[in-house]
Design a protein around this ligand. Structure first.
Ligand code: ADP
Ligand code: ZN
Ligand code: ZN
Length: 749
């Protein structure tokens, strides 16, 4: 086959006008090396830039005389393996990103910076059979050289430094041996181990019936090479063991596995369990690794030295070539969605990769995202449920405390009588407690401490948001505004206010209530440094502390057998965020944190404090009733046309000049209206469209407005609107404003 003469290259420059293939000729001396996926250096204007070859052609694509040759091929192996190349065009269409932004997801930043992986000098014996002879030749005048040869006779090769340490010989002995040709010195890659914790190997437990059935279903799909499984298993049902069995099945078929966890530092136990079971077959990828560490892990995966990758969101791009299985643990977590460009969702990228590679996707959760469960019920996913804990322990009973009554009874403390007593009992039994302070939504909505009334919009089913500027309450779906009331519109009480309560304040109160308790706080302030999460969780696991107090961070994935009490403060804080997902998030949070109690042999207990104890999200969570919650919530979504019954497209515009910004947003709406008016499909798909100030009106001196488009949930409308937003991207590019487009954003704040 004659070699291709031309290559289409994406240059490593982020600018919309450069988001296309540039054509270069392939010089003869590089003909064998230029393939799809390789990183190259090409002339660009007056400079040389990096780029990636995405196509090979026989025709130049532009006029022959304009074309320039590729200058260099930068890596030995293609940076992008063939199985991930199709993801680039898919991401461009799906997330309105540039090709180079998609490519940058697929390669480690260390590679672009041409960081060299760490290497070390290694001595290798040239011919083991001749060692006796060589030893006789040198031992008369150099004991060191002889000793080196003896060691290498036994080990064949050894890093030079270790060899010096072990033999006691000098560096010059090594050099002499090299000169004589007895040994050769080579640079060998060394990989830094980013998970240096030592684990004994663990054995799989004997599965219960539900685990058996789940593993069987996943195994069948893996052998078939297709399928998406939604694994809903209550907290402690033994999902992680099922994941590990699935991984084993895939590896047995010579396939590779990606395991995604919401955030590595918060789920050290999951990582440790995979490392413990699979040892060196596991690589770990996450954003807290140094660039060098990340590059090391990536190269290990790229050269097919590992079978399993465990990592956070970005690990969905791991360069596996024989992918057979992707697992998303706690698949409902928001951290799977990227909040910066490209705004991808790891679940959707995983789906696409599985489709391209003939792999199986497992979405595991105790509280699946509403849209995922909805899809499972529609038959798009296989639904597998595990409703019992692994060894049939009971799920802990949950008591809901009405904090309005506490106030009536004169208790102004943050702790109800019940929670105080429960903490006291737990401490005196020498057991551990977790206290969760729900900070999401803190200080943003206004409610009455006397009757629980929350001020809502007249036009929409969302609470109004407090804006400190002008003491106003606003709806950011429709723009409705009213003044901050002096008394509760419902009961006339003057205890109406926006809420504020921080972990530090709770810590102080706990200290004064239980001076002898050993208290550990985990929040954004105490976890800034690298490794801080791990240290905190580790200390708690080793029972150096009695109470772990924290924000959402303490709700996830932890398996501590000594924890018998979980307390939740301000359980309802997030219920009133101006967000259609606030009930779902609240239900998930309470169910998840409740699941931390009673995982050992002692029964657990959960106390949830709330100002809206009758709210269905809290009631269903207290009963551990996922399907009850689902049925109720999906009805509301249907009624108000929220996802999954609609898609929301948000264009967030931010910039320093407010007037210009508002005009820009209004022009955008005008332009959209006109385009929609003139296209039948767009018109049919539209639910509503408008420009509004964002609920957080200014961040870091930049004003924020958003254009919201809500459309009917149907693929044909979705595609039509994708094409519209593509056009919009080109039409409304502006150097002084930031325009961020997001399909189904997780938050509208
Ligand atoms: P999940 O991920 O669903 O919360 P885990 O996999 O963490 O559940 O399992 C909860 C606990 O039960 C763990 O300590 C695990 O070792 C244990 N476990 C899992 N499966 C079994 C089993 N079949 N028999 C006994 N213990 C089990
Ligand atoms: Zn009131
Ligand atoms: Zn409204």
């Amino acid at each position: 086959m004659p070699a291709n003469k031309y290559a289409g290259v994406v240059v490593d420059q982020v600018h919309p006008s450069l988001d296309k293939l540039f054509h270069y000729s392939i010089p003869e001396n590089l003909a064998g090396q230029v393939q799809v996926g390789v990183r190259v250096q090409v002339p660009f204007g007056r400079r040389h830039v990096q780029g990636y070859v995405l196509s090979l052609d026989d025709e130049p694509g532009v006029s022959e005389e304009k074309i320039k040759p590729i200058r260099k091929v930068l890596d030995h192996d293609p940076a992008l393996n063939s199985s991930v190349v199709p993801l680039i065009t898919w991401m461009k269409a799906e997330y309105n990103c540039m090709m180079i932004e998609a490519i940058r997801c697929l390669i480690p930043p260390g590679m672009r910076l041409n960081l060299r992986g760490k290497t070390q000098k290694t001595a290798i014996i040239s011919d083991p059979d001749q060692v006796d002879e060589w030893v006789r030749a040198v031992e008369g005048y150099s004991a060191g050289m002889a000793s080196i040869l003896r060691i290498l006779q036994q080990y064949d090769s050894m890093p030079v430094q270790e060899l010096i340490d072990l033999s006691g010989a000098s560096r010059s002995s090594i050099q002499s041996l090299e000169k004589r040709g007895y040994i050769v010195i080579e640079e060998e890659d060394i990989y830094r181990d980013p998970w240096p914790v030592i684990h004994g190997p663990t054995r799989p437990p004997v599965f219960n019936q539900e685990q058996e059935a789940a593993a069987k279903k996943i195994g069948e799909c893996i052998r078939k090479g297709s399928g998406i499984i939604l694994l809903r298993g209550v907290t402690g049902s033994g999902k992680t063991e099922v994941y590990m069995k699935a991984a084993e099945d895939a590896i047995a078929l010579n396939k590779q596995v990606i395991v995604l966890v919401p955030e590595i530092s918060l789920t050290p136990q999951t990582v440790s369990r995979f490392k413990g079971r699979f040892g060196d077959q596991v690589a770990i990828l996450h954003s807290r690794l140094s660039l060098g560490e990340r590059y090391d892990e990536w190269r290990k995966i790229r050269s097919n030295e590992v079978q399993i990758v465990v990592g956070a969101r970005s690990a969905v791009f791991a360069p596996m070539e024989r992918l057979g299985l992707i697992i998303l643990d706690e698949a409902h977590e928001d951290s799977y969605k990227s909040e910066s460009r490209p705004r991808y969702h790891a679940r959707d990228v995983a789906k696409k990769r599985c489709e391209l590679d003939g792999a199986v996707l497992v979405l595991g959760s105790a509280t699946p995202a509403l849209e995922d469960y909805h899809r499972a019920l529609l038959g798009e996913y296989h639904l597998v449920e595990m409703i019992n804990r692994a060894d049939y322990q009971a799920l802990p009973p949950v008591e809901i405390i009405d904090m309005r009554r506490e106030l009536e009874m004169g208790n102004r403390s943050m702790f109800s009588d019940t929670l105080y007593q429960a903490l006291n009992d737990t401490l005196s039994r020498g057991e551990q407690s977790i206290i969760l302070l729900n900070r999401r939504g803190y200080a943003r909505f206004v409610s009455c401490r006397s009757c629980g009334y929350v001020i809502k919009c007249h036009n929409c089913d969302v609470s109004l948001t407090y804006h400190a500027k002008g003491q106003a309450l606003k709806c950011h779906y429709c723009g409705y505004t009213e003044m901050y009331p002096k008394v509760c519109p419902e009961c006339g009480s003057k205890y109406i206010r926006h809420f504020g309560m921080g972990t530090q304040k709770v810590e102080e109160e706990l200290k004064s209530l239980f001076p002898a308790a050993r208290l550990l706080r985990m929040d954004a302030d105490t976890t800034g440094r690298k490794g801080a999460h791990y240290k905190i969780l580790d200390a708690f696991e080793r029972e150096e502390y009695d109470i772990l107090l924290g924000t959402q961070m303490v709700a996830k994935g932890l398996d501590f057998p000594k924890v018998t009490l979980v307390g939740v403060l301000a359980a309802d804080a997030a219920l009133n965020l101006p967000d259609y997902r606030s009930c779902e998030k609240t239900f998930q949070l309470i169910t998840q944190v409740a699941g931390r109690a009673g995982r050992g042999d002692r029964p657990g207990r959960v106390v949830v404090q709330s100002y809206q104890p009758e709210h269905y999200a809290i009631q269903f969570a207290a009963r551990h009733d996922y399907t009850g919650f689902f049925n109720r919530e999906i009805q509301i979504r249907h009624q108000f046309n929220y996802p999954p019954y609609s898609h929301i497209i948000r264009v967030l515009i931010s910039g320093e000049r407010e007037k210009e910004l508002i005009q820009f947003a209004k022009n955008m709406v005008k332009w959209l209206k006109k385009r929609i008016e003139n296209t039948d499909l767009l018109k049919k798909g539209l639910l509503d469209l408008g420009a509004y100030q964002a609920p957080i009106g200014r961040i870091k001196n930049k004003y924020r407005w958003q254009v919201l488009i809500r459309i009917r949930a149907d693929w044909k409308f979705r595609d039509a609107y994708h094409r519209l937003t593509d056009e919009l991207d080109g039409e409304f590019y502006n150097d002084s404003l930031t325009v961020a487009l997001d399909f189904n954003p997780l938050s509208l704040l």
